[in-house]
Design a protein around this ligand. Structure first.
Ligand code: AMP
Length: 416
């Protein structure tokens, strides 16, 4: 038997209904903020992620699925969604019409060690907002994500928020961090030793050394922000307060990707079973770094798989309609064509209809109707076909009524 790859899973049955529900709710929330859907390829040139996500990030150094294709080109299966959307914006000149508000959904691939809440094929759902450097836009993006989680029915949700300043601020902070860590770096993991010179900010979110006291006592980026950055950050907090977003400032939050400037944030559940549920930030330099125009942007991505796990963890009762309107049973195969024709007509009128064509026993067919949570059962025998009158059984009250086939739509309108 051929088995699935490590870190991947199949989505079917009740899980697929949950996925469908979460995706549709996210779409509805995005549409209420006037975001439109974008889909970009799974496969991109490797260079996009090296330049877009960053050469020193864990994702690019250790986790991408890279391969040389039959034409000798270096390709990468996307590890995240933002870089591909940025490429599409530049290539299709979508920036000619700003502001640009886009949402996406899709699978991403990272060669990580699979564990609870961490997969190699992960789904992400996210938004990208291009065209404004305004704290209201940061607050809008953060609150969109927060409101979505609330609408999902998650209760223990809060946002971690930080500003990592612009490039100048970060350079000064980087220096301070190097001074802070350099004499004690022997006590850190091998990755952190390398990070010290390449990207010391990343030491702060090391998954191995996160309990080290030196990380707790490290200087805070917030003390390095210039007046403009401070004011910008204060305004975001002001708007988040007025939008009643539950957040806390966490100056150790730096996020794993290189393209962020100033605002960074992550969504957590208080139980913190699966790590961050999602995160995002501002990336004003991303388009320019990919040879595009200088256009500011802010966005977020949720780990879709983690959201679904959190829904299960909090035992949230999603409002999923698992019912069908009517299940059609035929007494013998002779009535199948008549039943098939009726089913089609009713489907065209917008009803959810199914019928059994497997030739099972009547008892098994009734069981099937229950498995589909059919609200109504239609029973068709040879008499029904002759008279064009079918037997309708309300599957809750078990009450039966004879209905002329021409009156079925009216019957459904009253009884569903
Ligand atoms: P990132 O693109 O790394 O900022 O991640 C955004 C969100 O995707 C995280 O907050 C997680 O919820 C989720 N995520 C990242 N990596 C994985 C993974 N390997 N498996 C499942 N979810 C992930």
């Amino acid at each position: 038997m051929i088995q699935k790859l490590k870190g991947t899973y199949d989505v079917y049955g009740s899980l697929s209904k949950k996925h469908d529900y979460v995706r549709k709710l996210f779409q509805a929330v995005c549409e209420s903020y006037n975001y439109s859907y974008i889909e970009t390829p799974f496969l991109e040139r490797s260079e996009l992620f090296h330049r877009g996500v960053g050469e020193t990030t864990d994702i690019v150094t250790k986790e991408t699925y890279d391969f040389v294709d039959r034409g000798g080109r270096n390709n990468t299966i996307r590890p995240e969604g933002t870089a591909g959307v940025a490429r599409a914006i530049i290539e299709n000149k979508l920036y000619n019409e700003l502001p640009l508000k886009l949402w996406y959904y899709g699978s991403m691939y990272r060669y990580e060690r699979p564990q609870k809440g961490r997969y190699r094929e992960l789904r992400q759902i996210g938004i990208e907002s291009y065209g404004s450097h305004n704290p209201i836009m940061d607050a809008e993006v953060i609150s969109l994500g927060f409101n979505f989680l609330k609408e999902l029915g998650l209760k223990d949700i809060y946002v971690k928020l930080n500003s990592i300043g612009g490039i100048e601020t970060r350079n000064k902070y980087r220096e301070a961090l190097v001074n802070h860590f350099k004499d004690h770096i022997d006590g850190f993991c091998d990755d952190c030793k390398e990070r010290l010179n390449k990207n010391p900010l990343r030491i702060l979110d090391c998954k191995i050394d996160h309990d080290n006291e030196l990380i707790e006592n490290a200087p805070s980026i917030l003390d390095f922000l210039n007046n403009e950055e401070k004011e910008y950050f204060d305004k975001i907090k002001y708007y988040l307060d007025s939008l009643e977003v539950d957040y806390e400032v966490d100056s150790s939050l730096v996020r794993g990707l290189d393209y962020y400037t100033e605002t960074v944030f992550e969504y957590y559940s208080k139980s913190n079973e699966f790590g961050a549920l999602g995160g995002g930030g501002r990336y004003d330099n991303l388009l320019k770094s990919l040879d595009g125009p200088d256009i500011p942007s802010v966005g977020l991505a949720f780990g879709f798989d983690r959201l679904v796990s959190e829904i299960e963890n909090e035992e949230v009762n999603l409002n999923i309609d698992e019912t069908i309107d009517c299940y059609i049973l035929t007494i013998s195969e002779n009535e199948n064509e008549f039943a098939f024709d009726l089913a089609n007509k009713l489907r065209m009128c917008g009803f959810k209809i199914d019928l059994d064509l497997t030739g099972k026993s009547m008892k098994a067919k009734f069981k099937e109707a229950d498995r589909y949570f059919a609200k109504q059962i239609m029973i068709i025998g040879d008499e029904e076909v002759k008279q064009k009158i079918v037997t309708m059984r309300d599957n809750l009250t078990k009450e039966e009524t004879k209905v002329n086939v021409d009156n079925l739509v009216d019957y459904f309108d009253v009884n569903l």
